[in-house]
Design a binder for this molecule. Structure first.
Ligand SMILES: [Zn+2]
Length: 69
């Protein structure tokens, strides 16, 4: 997947977010009309969620590596 900067005015796809989208998530085989479009704020928040996900997976991996002790 890739991010593409949007130049035309389209609403952000994240729930009731009132902003206009700044980026589209390009995914191979997905028509442009079905692409996920996000504003800068939502994209930033999503990337912060990814940090949480990565941290929890790292924690889980650590526990397994410790053998549950
Ligand atoms: Zn948004």
């Amino acid at each position: 997947m890739r991010l593409r900067k949007i130049k035309i005015r389209l609403k952000c796809d994240n729930g009731v977010c009132p902003n206009y989208a700044d980026f589209a998530v390009e995914r191979e085989g997905t028509p442009a009309c079905r692409e996920l479009r996000l504003c800068r704020d939502c994209l930033k928040e999503l990337s912060e969620l990814n940090t949480v996900l990565t941290a929890s997976e790292t924690q889980a991996g650590k526990k397994q590596a410790d053998g549950g002790q």
